[in-house]
Design a protein around this ligand. Structure first.
Ligand code: PMP
Length: 306
């Protein structure tokens, strides 16, 4: 935890950070059926803050809940207001925002029955997920021996708590082998995504990212597609193989937590020049300018907090 806040929103109320406790029989803790989001709020130049694509994140939270048959006991607008209220009350200018919907205690059977559906919103200061140095120099990735979920095994378009056990297995494997992040292949062997990021490759100035079949529809991914096109680049949503990744001119990860993190090496093969490539750098800079409210054209993605 980088920097905790004073208050946490739990089931409709702001309570002290240390009071936000749950029972050990919480259903989600045992079986993993819960859904969550990861959102960021950035400090802007003019002393305001801006939450990036908040409504899109809330929509994905409700989509995840719908697919997982979790009935959120609040409306989208109530969750939206709760996020703003939590940030404002905590006086946080810059934060990572984690709404989570989970099944409370009651029955312990797999069928969750009448257990309450609970909601919390936690905000804390969190630096770029793959490190400041990673943002600047690029990171070393390894393809995991663990395959990404099949679309009929897990709901791959949802941010379901239990889905992340697969990510953790991959992450543990590669971090213990000395790499920074794991890339996972889909069940047919094509490049899919990382443990908490989408992936892009660039060759001959064309960007390529896997289609949304079994990857999370990343909101950063979607933003990058728009920004790259606005910069005049062609973007293809197409499957690609690991050897295409090895011979890419450039590669990077996109995600709310990891932002735009260049990849300098995959499976001990240097990617391009072994440092962030020129197009990746251009996109990364534009992304940070956009989330920090520096470009008016993209203000429609921002909810400003004063
Ligand atoms: N894939 C996975 C598995 C993730 O957990 C995330 C993080 N939410 C992403 C991709 C990137 O999604 P976003 O850009 O919406 O953060």
């Amino acid at each position: 935890m980088d920097e905790k806040a004073k208050f946490i929103w739990l089931d409709g109320k702001l309570i002290d950070w240390d009071q936000a406790q749950i029972h050990v029989l919480t259903h989600t803790l045992h079986y993993g059926l819960g859904v969550f989001e990861g959102i960021r709020c950035y400090k802007c130049q003019d002393k305001r803050s801006a939450v990036f694509r908040l409504k899109d994140h809330i929509r994905r939270l409700f989509d995840s809940a719908q697919a997982m048959m979790l009935e959120i006991p609040f409306s989208k607008d109530e969750i939206y207001q709760a996020v703003i209220e939590t940030l404002k009350t905590n006086g946080q200018k810059e934060a990572y925002i984690r709404p989570i919907v989970f099944i409370g205690d009651g029955t312990m059977g797999l069928y969750p029955g009448e257990n309450p559906i609970r909601v919390s919103i936690i905000t804390w200061g969190w630096e770029s997920y793959l490190g400041k140095e990673g943002l600047k120099q690029g990171i070393r990735a390894k393809i995991s021996s663990f395959t990404r979920h099949h679309v009929n095994i897990m709901m791959t378009k949802t941010k379901t708590c239990g889905n992340y056990v697969n990510s953790i297995l991959a992450k543990l494997e590669v971090v213990k082998a000395g790499y920074d992040e794991a890339i996972m292949l889909d069940t047919e062997g094509y490049v899919c995504e990382a443990t908490g990021e989408n992936i892009f490759i660039i060759r001959d100035k064309v960007l390529k990212t896997p289609p949304l079949t079994s990857v999370l529809p990343g909101i950063t991914r979607d933003s990058i597609i728009t920004l790259a096109q606005d910069l005049g680049y062609k973007v293809e949503e197409k499957r690609f193989t690991r050897d295409e990744l090895y011979i890419a001119d450039e590669a990077f990860f996109s995600g709310t937590a990891a932002e735009v993190t260049p990849i300098r090496e995959v499976d001990d093969r240097q990617i391009g020049e072994g440092k962030p490539g020129p197009i990746t750098q251009k996109i990364q800079k534009l992304y940070f300018d956009v989330v920090k409210g520096k470009i008016e054209k993209y203000h429609y993605w921002l909810d400003f907090i004063t």
